[in-house]
Design a protein around this ligand. Sequence first.
Ligand code: SAM
Length: 282
Amino acid sequence: MSIDALPPLREVIAKHGLSAKKQLGQNFLLDLNLTAKIARQAGDLSSYDILEVGPGPGGLTRALLAEGARKVVAVERDARCLPVLEEISESAPGRLHVIEGDALAVDLRPHLTAPYKVVANLPYNVGTELLLRWLTPASWPPDWQSLTLMFQREVAERIVAQPGSKAYGRLSILAQWRCDVRIALHLPPQAFTPPPKVSSAVVQVARLDVPRYEADARILSDVVARAFNQRRKMLRASLKGLLPEIEEALILAGIKPTQRAEEIGLEQFCALARIVADQRKS
Ligand code: SAM
């Protein structure tokens, strides 16, 4: 049976008794036109392995295969979904590799040829943690080429936020420092079964080969975490523990010590991270 000839997802869910489990973040996409649209956001699939986290009943998995993915590696925690995914695998021989397990715990790299693309309708409870891991690998460039990910709209807005907005924070800086980011699609709750309480959005993250501005990743992450942990405070107060001469360091980076984290752009945060690195060395 070809992928297009597989039964409708509602039938599959009923046949296998896949009632959605809230604790696994299960909000399924059953509209195959929509899953095809999401798969297409990732661009060329035929030259890449694709990592899908949480395939569930396989709506997005089918789309990735139908859109020509060279190979899909799908990691799913809910064993009830495995027989359904096996049926999809039979309709695309050799192209779907399903791993039962927790995406936060399994090392998927041995199953993937780099650079791979990640495409997923993520379980919301682990989405931000996975994104942070993908954004902060041991070295850059990472082994992935792009991430096409579904998030709650509020998280998607944090990823693409610019200085001066409420959503701007650590996630915006870690994402935008070494990637191009954009919101590719907005989805209302009714697009999912069952509908979640909030709207969702697909974010497209494309890695840059080199960071936009030079900085040590750990120091930048530390500076930004401290700055935004106390986002209402002036930076001379929130960053006090960073360096003994923090006011001078801020001025050297072109930042007024009385400014707050949310007013500071990526370039200035990177300049500050370089100054911190230099001063720690001397
Ligand atoms: N991709 C499917 C779709 O679009 O209809 C399902 C998406 S649903 C939002 C999230 C899926 O992730 C569920 O199938 C759930 O069982 C799975 N999941 C939840 N936590 C997981 C984890 N830690 N590792 C792997 N899969 C997980």
